[in-house]
Write a protein that binds this ligand. Structure first.
Ligand code: ADP
Ligand code: NI
Length: 217
């Protein structure tokens, strides 16, 4: 029996995405929730709290400036909503700790020590950035931001801080700068197994892309 009414959390998040016109989809949230369940099923249940994990997975992007205009208001709204469905102060604190620290961009400088619950949400979010879905998301992002597919003269950057991460690059460079590094950064064994498969798919895609770019059949 779960402590948290996950269906209510899902409805809350869906309402926010329904109002969103920036192209951030609830589809990513559904995949991250699904990946969390896949990881939970394969991991030792000690120190795992599925209620916290699934709630954090649902809400992990609703306080992000990519999705909402005013993050201060979004945080206050989220906190009030979680309290309104009787989630305890301790649980709310852990949910915020997770969603404040899982993102790649916020971890470029300092690495925050996440709880095991947080590690699982972070793994699921990262897994959705790689593999076939990751390829599709990268080109979707590049198209929206006007980036080129590929430019052999554009050097691959080492990402020093969040501002350099947000500078323009080619979509193919993004694989080298971020996506190929994600599998090694995964926390749980279950996610590492999925990550290996997805990383192979991206490698094969990028190898084929560059071969075709260079005129091969
Ligand atoms: P996070 O919230 O973890 O910082 P991002 O906003 O950086 O995530 O990324 C969202 C999606 O857009 C991911 O699938 C990511 O790979 C993709 N993306 C981010 N930056 C780029 C880029 N410069 N080129 C192509 N895809 C990108
Ligand atoms: Ni996400």
């Amino acid at each position: 029996m779960s402590r948290i009414d996950i269906a209510k959390v899902s409805e809350y998040v869906k309402r926010i995405y329904d109002a969103d016109r920036t192209g951030h989809g609830m589809d990513h949230i559904h995949r991250v929730v699904g990946l969390c369940k896949l990881i939970i099923a394969q991991e030792d249940r000690a120190d795992i709290d599925p209620d916290i994990i699934l709630t954090a997975a649902y809400v992990h992007d609703v306080i992000d400036p990519k999705v909402v205009d005013d993050t201060v208001i979004a945080r206050a709204n989220l906190r009030a909503f979680l309290a309104s469905i009787s989630i305890s102060d301790n649980d709310i604190a852990e949910i915020f700790d997770i969603i404040d620290h899982i993102s790649f961009s916020k971890n470029i400088g300092a690495r925050h020590e996440l709880s095991r619950n947080g590690q699982i949400v972070q793994d699921a979010d990262r897994l959705d950035a790689i593999g076939a879905i990751g390829i599709a998301r990268a080109f979707y992002y590049g198209g929206k931001h006007g980036d080129v597919l590929y430019d052999p003269d554009l050097p691959v950057r080492t990402l020093g801080d969040e501002s350099s991460y947000r500078e323009h690059t080619s979509v193919i460079n993004h694989f080298y700068e971020k996506l190929f590094t994600l599998t090694d950064a995964l926390n749980t064994d279950a996610a590492k197994r999925i990550g290996e498969l997805r990383n192979e798919r991206m490698r094969s895609f990028v190898d084929n892309f560059i071969n075709e770019w260079n005129g091969q059949a």
